[in-house]
Ligand binder design. Structure first.
Ligand code: CA
Length: 318
């Protein structure tokens, strides 16, 4: 009898937990704050979603971002927010601006490549933070910027060194891609906090910013924000070092938001396209953005079908 009572209690509690779980997502997936520039990573069967916090007041119209956020999920629908793992103030050399960033795991450590504004070297810069946990807390891994504006001179603008994306290839060699109006890449040393060799550029049609590297089968994909206002386009290659072949538009304008910033991950047998729009109304727009998730599907030849942005979002991943 006692065992039966315990079982009954267990099933009752399980039912309550299940009732609290959302049966389907909705886009945007986070509605209690504005989130932008998503990056995501799968680690130990859990998805970690990283995003910047948009704090632009309603009377202003420009980016106000001071910290980055982390959420986790095991079904792509129910997301748990964790304590703020990283702020601009964690980088002593940074002035302000918690712009686009990406986390990757290597050797049991988590490296977070971030965009900010340098306090003493004119222009934007890329830094790297490190943690023993995907949810942090993270600390500045280098004590200085990894990339500063003066290291790349292909364009006179001071904001070309933004939007880092990182890829670790099958041979464990790590690569950093980044850039606004110019797409740059360089190898990273095994320690993940130093460049290993020269900075290269990739020529891509109408390249604006927001590169993201992923792989499917033996194809590498370089997706990026295209034109302005931004669509998402992509190129393919058989090597992480290129040459890259342009394949066209992947996602259309993200509604009322002039930027478009994607992360692409595989999880539980599906591929997900994570992006942002200005979907929280009445005040959502280009500087008060919100992260959304829809599925990504491939054609038989490895090219990608056009993303269909939905209000309903994705079904729970099984
Ligand atoms: Ca530069």
């Amino acid at each position: 009898m006692k065992r039966n009572h315990l079982l009954l209690l267990f099933f009752t509690l399980s039912s309550i937990v299940l009732l609290q779980q959302k049966a389907e997502a909705q886009n945007p997936i986070i509605t209690d704050k504005y989130t932008a520039d998503p990056a995501a990573m799968v680690y130990n069967d859990t998805v970690y979603l990283y995003a910047g916090l948009d704090e632009c007041p309603t009377e202003r119209n420009f980016y106000e971002m001071h910290e980055w956020l982390v959420y986790s999920s095991t079904d792509m629908v129910n997301w748990t927010e964790h304590p703020v793992p990283l702020k601009v103030s964690d980088f002593k050399w940074a002035a302000d601006d918690a712009w686009a960033a990406q986390v990757i795991e290597k050797g049991g450590k988590f490296y977070w490549y971030i965009t900010t504004t340098h306090a003493t070297i004119h222009g934007k810069a890329i830094g790297v933070a490190v943690s023993d946990s995907p949810i942090g807390p993270f600390k500045d891994a280098l004590g200085k910027a990894l990339i500063t504006n003066d290291m790349t001179t292909e364009t006179p603008i001071s904001w070309d060194d933004i939007d880092p994306t990182v890829w670790i290839d099958d041979n464990r060699q790590a690569y950093l891609y980044w850039g606004n109006t110019k797409c740059y890449w360089a190898k990273l040393k095994d320690n993940m906090i130093e460049l290993d060799g020269p900075i290269h550029t990739v020529d891509l049609p109408n390249y604006t910013e927001a590169p993201w590297i992923h792989k499917h089968g033996d194809n590498y994909y370089l997706s990026y924000a295209y034109q302005f206002p931004e669509k998402t386009a992509y190129a393919m290659s058989k090597s992480i070092e290129g040459p890259w072949e342009f394949k066209g538009i992947l996602n259309e304008l993200a509604g009322n938001c002039n930027t478009n910033h994607q992360a692409i991950i595989d999880y539980k047998g599906k591929t997900y396209f994570i992006y942002h729009n200005g979907g929280i109304q009445p005040n959502g727009q280009s500087f008060r953005r919100s992260v959304c998730i829809d599925e990504l599907h491939y054609n038989a030849d490895g090219t990608i079908k056009r993303i269909i942005m939905t209000s309903e979002g994705v079904q729970p991943a099984q």
